[in-house]
Design a binder for this molecule. Structure first.
Ligand code: MIC
Ligand code: SF4
Length: 641
């Protein structure tokens, strides 16, 4: 039987396991990336493993999230990460050099290689034909140390693009269309391969917009073939030697095939507060807009910015709109500046922000109260922008410009003729903001620079055979890691200080949670389906662990979060009968008995001591996962072996 692109890469990197759907496969990881908001913790974890050098082909640490530096905390973390990089063989991308996914695509990504990153949008690398996946920081630390990355073998989905996009309809609209079709749960347990004649018209950055937002489908990753377009991009980046061709076999089998007719696609928009809440832009015509943000790892490439500049050229933005532009990298910004496009952007009245995540993660530029913000980003979860009552919509750069010019949601096709914009045949290469690691000899004497905000890794506890604990919090469906562990300018500086961070846990749902959980000592959380979707932040597991959460029982989990829970020693369990969710109430006293035997059987009984009822819970842990839970988390387990 023929293989899909992802199956070929998995086969070439499998250290153990087989490719039957749902069985565990251990993968050799060629490259890793971290960003600063998850990186400090990942490097603290790497340090506890006691290794001298990373064992990957290329590991890069990016500083792009916590660049506001309104106190010493972020600057200290950056200095810490830089010193770890120098000593342990990691490349360090300085603040200002750009957003991890954009820079990685430009300078380091290679078709056919495996990449894991401590950021959920790592699948951006799929745009260049990499098998690129988001993971918790600890999994990235293990991979840096040469350890395998374990995945449940995903199903294979194929999306065929038919025809060609019309002017003002973009790769972002393709991302929104697939979200409309599949929803934020529709990609769970699957890898999405993109193909069909329509991909011939999509450049690597446009492909990367699509693989980037595949994360919002809950997919393990998304991937494009590596073809002549990939070669041209790599050549333009001065690294044609990194090119290899990669395609699926003619007779490859897919579990699902979806066709999207590009000729019929219209500009789309994701409404508050979920990326799959999709309608056409024209249906919201006339909605007043306060703020427009262009950038983020989804839409900050040179191509995106050149289109924005061409559409803004000679025009002035509407007086009621505040427009921000964050180019994805130093390469993008300097090329914009050299060709004069930056001047067109600035002359329109836009505000230039640095090459970083910025408003996407609530790091400044929060909307006004009850404001309407149109963003070219990938997530519009409630509160993420930093303004609790803001309405955030997700759109393409073209739709963003149309709103910035008119002051209201406007179909970009009304802007007239789309100016011709093409990608350059050679990019400006300047890697001076990437600091190389020291040689092994030199590294010996280097010191790690730690600031006072870095607190020790919290202690985790082994799972016991009987767990009696209170149901401390009951939440609904599609709870994101932004609900569990919010981010934003006020909280992000404390990512390496779990005790401080814990005060904000579940703040969006229930501000009394941290205090109540701490007072109980041991507790259980109950959730609906797709619990833990969104960001890869392991803090959404480490903080509950610190607060004494021992198990999370849901209708279903998102992939990265379930791995993070196990790594933190928290038991993720699912209802055998989803209706039992309705029978549990916050405050109920719960008991799990025969946990170890249950782990073997794949079924554990939950007794509700408050009502006297019993329910069956499912758990499909691999032997490795059972040992991790019994040891009290991955770090404890790694120390044991
Ligand atoms: C996000 O987009 O939510 C983030 C911030 O990039 C996160 C990582 C984090 O929480 O640090 C992600 O996507 O994994
Ligand atoms: Fe940064 Fe936003 Fe991309 Fe996350 S989604 S990596 S915060 S730009």
């Amino acid at each position: 039987m023929g293989l899909t692109i992802a199956q070929k890469i998995i086969k070439a990197h499998a250290l153990s396991g087989d490719m039957t759907v749902d069985s565990e496969v251990a993968l050799k990881i060629d490259q890793t990336l971290t960003q600063d908001a998850t990186g400090t913790m990942a490097y603290l974890e790497f340090e506890t493993m006691g290794l001298k050098r990373v064992k990957t082909e290329r590991s890069v640490a990016y500083i792009d999230h916590n660049t506001l530096q309104s106190g010493f905390e972020n600057a200290d973390d950056h200095r810490y990460i830089q010193s770890v990089c120098k000593k342990h063989g990691i490349y360090f991308s300085r603040p200002g050099n750009g957003i991890c996914h954009q820079v990685h695509l430009e300078r380091f990504g290679k078709p056919g290689k495996t990449l894991i990153g401590s950021d959920s949008h790592t699948p951006t690398g799929g745009g260049i034909g990499m098998l690129a996946m988001g993971a918790g920081g600890l999994d990235v630390a293990v991979a840096m140390g040469g350890g395998a990355y374990y995945i449940k073998m995903p199903k294979m989905y194929k999306v065929n693009l038919i025809g060609k996009l019309n002017p003002f309809v973009t790769a972002k609209d393709i991302s929104l269309e697939i979200l409309r079709i599949l929803s934020v749960k529709g990609g769970v347990g699957a890898i999405i391969e993109w193909g069909g004649e329509g991909i011939r018209y999509l450049s690597v950055p446009e492909r990367a917009t699509i693989t980037n937002m595949g994360t919002e489908l809950g997919a393990t990753t998304s991937i494009f073939p590596s073809d002549e377009i990939t070669r041209e991009f790599l050549k333009a980046q001065g690294r044609e030697e990194d090119y290899i061709p990669l395609a699926s076999d003619e007779d490859a089998q897919y579990d699902k095939i979806i066709n999207i007719n590009l000729n019929e696609l219209k500009p789309l928009i994701a409404c508050p507060h979920s990326p799959d809440n999709i309608v056409t832009v024209e249906s919201l015509k006339g909605t007043k807009v306060d703020q427009v943000c262009i950038g983020s790892c989804t839409n900050s490439s040179l191509l995106d910015m050149l289109k924005v500049a061409a559409l803004l050229k000679g025009k002035t933005i509407n007086p009621s709109v505040s427009l921000s532009i964050s180019p994805g990298s130093k390469q993008v910004l300097s090329m914009l500046s050299e060709c004069g496009a930056l001047t067109d952007i600035l002359a329109s009245g836009a505000r230039l922000l640095e090459c970083a995540c910025g408003p996407c993660i609530g790091m400044g530029f929060s909307p006004n109260s009850a404001g309407v913000s149109l963003r070219t980003f990938n997530r519009n979860f409630i509160g993420r922008s930093g303004t609790a009552d803001a309405s955030v919509y997700l759109v393409s750069p073209e739709t963003a410009v149309a709103a910035a010019l008119t002051g209201e949601i406007t179909d970009p096709r009304l802007l007239g003729e789309m100016p011709q914009v093409t990608m350059p045949t050679s990019f400006k290469i300047d890697d001076s903001a990437v600091i190389e690691p020291a040689s092994e000899n030199e590294a010996e004497s280097l010191e790690i620079l730690r600031g006072p905000n870095i607190k020790p890794f919290p202690e985790s506890l082994p799972q016991e055979d009987t767990l009696t604990a209170e149901l401390v919090l009951k939440v609904g469906d599609n709870i994101t890691t932004d609900h569990i562990m919010p981010a934003g300018a006020k909280i992000l500086p404390y990512r390496s200080n779990i005790p401080h961070l814990s005060q904000f846990c579940f703040g969006v749902c229930d501000t009394t949670f941290p205090e109540r959980a701490k007072a109980l000592g041991k507790s259980i959380i109950v959730g609906g389906s797709n619990y833990g979707q969104g960001s890869s932040r392991e803090h959404a597991a480490l903080v509950p662990m610190y607060l004494g959460v021992r198990a999370v029982i849901t209708k279903s989990f998102a992939r990265i979060h379930v791995a993070n829970l196990i790594n933190a020693g928290i038991m993720p369990l699912t209802f055998k009968n989803p209706q039992d969710y309705d029978k549990l109430n916050q405050g109920d006293k719960l008991t799990l008995t025969g946990v170890f035997e249950g782990m073997e059987k794949g079924e554990i009984t939950l007794k509700n001591e408050t009502t006297g009822e019993c329910y069956l819970l499912e758990c499909t842990f691999t032997d490795r996962q059972k040992s991790i839970l019994k040891a009290g988390g991955l770090l404890a387990f790694t120390k044991e072996i």
